[in-house]
Design a protein around this ligand. Structure first.
Ligand code: NA7
Length: 537
């Protein structure tokens, strides 16, 4: 296994999910010699790790895939919102077309990296003691690379089956007839609860904040209808780069109260019934900016949702009349009968804001009110040290040897959400201060990936050996990210978008809230002005 040796390459990419594969393919076409280091055992990134029951993508076909015709032309999906098994098959298909794996070292975790100025190379260390040297270091580690395990008292005493969602055993866990606790109601917790209940488990959800779920409107897709739709794919892949979130829909170019009450009700109804994120990202354009507009949308959502829950106690916990936060300032999950499932007497909801978890015992969980509940299985859907956690956790150091985790301790700085001053010849995608969490992943990967590849091709053509963002450019970018966010309702909500889900993490907007058209324009300007914002040599 040559990849087990120390490595010399033009480009070292970290991560073999959507982002890493995209970069590898495009850079190969430009004549770069690339290798990927991947901690997991296979391609797929998040879809390699996420095989918990019900794991499914919330972007609809064909928006969540590569725009390369050689890949989509002979690939079809079985449902509008594909599950993890099929997403893994998709990556097998991608492998057949692009021959990526021959240049991937799997089960390889990066534990340190620093740019060595004299040689002009990154020196990258791995957990098993190897060292790689590369002119470029590209990070495609995603926004959910570091899991969050809250440290509850007694958690190690629990003797049943316990897994974090992203460490779920591949072979699955038999949940039928079992008592399962699902802690957390982010997108993951909703899917886990719904799917295990479907499989005949008795589910108890521990909810801190209600998820304002929207109907998925899942449906099977036939090969014929997809083949027919493919004539339009090239234009759809153009279109998705021009919308706010990289989907095929966009905000209505009207404010909420421009419409009469009847018109508004009809629009809400249509968005809600169309399903997916339409009620979020194709709602009135003031939804995420104006409190009153937001409240109107929330009230509609609550009315629809409450009508689906007959148990009055559960109704108040899952869909209260007073909004827990502005609608859409936390990620809504897409559900399929989640509320009907939770309404059943055999399934329960614990409001952990009222009665927090006190401790874990050998057999279950005790809450502060003294209630002891016993479980055969506990699923932790408690999320991630999102967006910055992965990059902070891989031993990156700047040219002077200062760890990135220290530089980002009191806040995050990047330029264009793709580079950092002091980290020359390093680019990252789908991370801090990019469109990341407000976007459809593959769109973000293609927009940022194209920029990175174009920048590197330019550097190569001009025989530039060294390219480092300036601190001034980072300050200006941080300010833009903050200003864009401050106009919205996002800062008022404690969410992982704002770094608020991890104790001690600085509270700041971690994502670029300007949408793709503005983002691409900003990035384009830097390229067109000879890599403005960078020092090159
Ligand atoms: P999320 O969205 O971060 O959700 C984590 C959930 O876990 C959320 O409901 C949290 O409540 C809850 N949580 C976290 N810590 C605790 C403690 N200590 N006690 C009780 N509940 C807790 O992660 P997901 O995996 O669902 O989704 C991540 C993203 O991946 C998702 O948005 C997709 O884009 C893909 P909180 O809301 O903070 O009150």
């Amino acid at each position: 296994d040559s990849y087990k040796d120390n490595l010399e390459t033009d480009v070292l990419i970290v991560g073999a999910g959507f982002g890493g594969i995209y970069l590898m393919h495009k850079l190969r076409q430009q004549g770069f010699n690339c290798k990927i280091y991947e901690a997991g055992k296979d391609l797929g990134g998040i879809w390699h790790w996420n095989c918990y029951p019900g794991a499914r993508v919330d972007s609809q076909v064909p928006v969540y895939e590569y725009s390369f015709p050689e890949i989509w032309k002979d690939w079809t999906w079985s449902t509008r919102y594909p599950g993890w098994e099929e997403l893994r098959e998709y990556f097998d298909h991608v492998e057949k077309k692009l021959d990526i794996k021959k240049d991937v070292a799997f089960e390889t975790t990066v534990t340190g990296a620093q740019f060595d100025k004299p040689s002009g190379k990154w020196v990258i260390e791995t957990e098993d003691g190897r060292t790689a040297r590369a002119k470029y270091l590209l990070l495609a580690t995603g926004f959910a690379a570091k899991r969050h395990f809250p440290d509850w008292k007694g958690v190690n005493d629990y003797k049943g089956i316990i897994h974090h969602s992203s460490f779920w055993p591949e072979e699955g866990v038999d949940v039928k007839g079992k008592r399962i606790a699902v802690i957390g109601t982010g997108s993951t917790g909703i899917q886990l609860a719904q799917d295990t209940a479907n499989q005949g488990a008795k589910v108890t959800v521990f909810q801190r904040t209600p998820n304002l779920c929207l109907p998925m409107q899942q449906k099977p897709l036939t090969r014929e209808e997809q083949e027919e739709a493919k004539a339009k794919y090239p234009s759809l892949y153009e279109l998705r780069r021009t919308t706010f979130g990289g989907f095929l829909y966009d905000f209505v170019q009207k404010n909420t109260f421009d419409d009469t009450e009847e018109e508004r009700e009809a629009s809400y109804e249509r968005m809600y019934e169309n399903g997916g994120f339409e009620f979020w990202l194709a709602n009135y354009k003031d939804l995420l900016y104006d409190k009153k507009a937001n409240r109107a949308a929330y009230d509609f959502w609550a009315k629809k949702t409450r009508a689906r829950i007959t148990d009055p106690r559960k109704r108040e916990i899952l869909a209260p009349l007073e909004p827990p936060h502005a609608f859409g300032t936390k990620r809504p999950s897409l559900e399929q009968n989640f509320y009907e499932m939770m309404d059943k007497p055999e399934n329960g909801v614990v409001d952990v804001k009222k009665t927090p978890i006190k401790e874990f015992t050998e057999t279950g969980i005790t809450t502060e009110d003294g209630t002891r509940r016993e479980f055969d299985i506990i699923a932790l859907a408690t999320g991630f040290d999102s967006v910055t956690g992965g990059m902070n956790n891989m031993g990156l150091r700047n040219v002077d040897g200062t760890p990135l985790s220290e530089l980002w301790k009191s806040g995050t700085w990047s330029y264009l959400g793709m580079s950092c001053a002091g980290f020359p010849n390093m680019f990252f995608l789908y991370g801090a201060q990019g469109p990341t969490a407000f976007s459809n992943g593959p769109t973000c990967v293609e927009v940022q990936g194209d920029w990175i590849v174009e920048a590197m091709t330019q550097l190569k053509k001009d025989d530039i050996q060294y390219c480092d963002a300036t601190k001034e450019a980072m300050e200006i970018w941080r300010q833009k990210v903050t200003e864009l966010s401050d106009k919205t309702l996002f800062p008022g909500t404690s969410s992982w978008y704002m770094g608020a889900n991890i104790p001690g993490k600085p509270r700041e907007q971690l994502n670029y809230a300007g949408g793709f058209p503005l983002y691409e324009k900003e990035c384009r300007e830097s390229l067109d002005n000879g890599l403005q914002g960078f020092v090159t040599a």
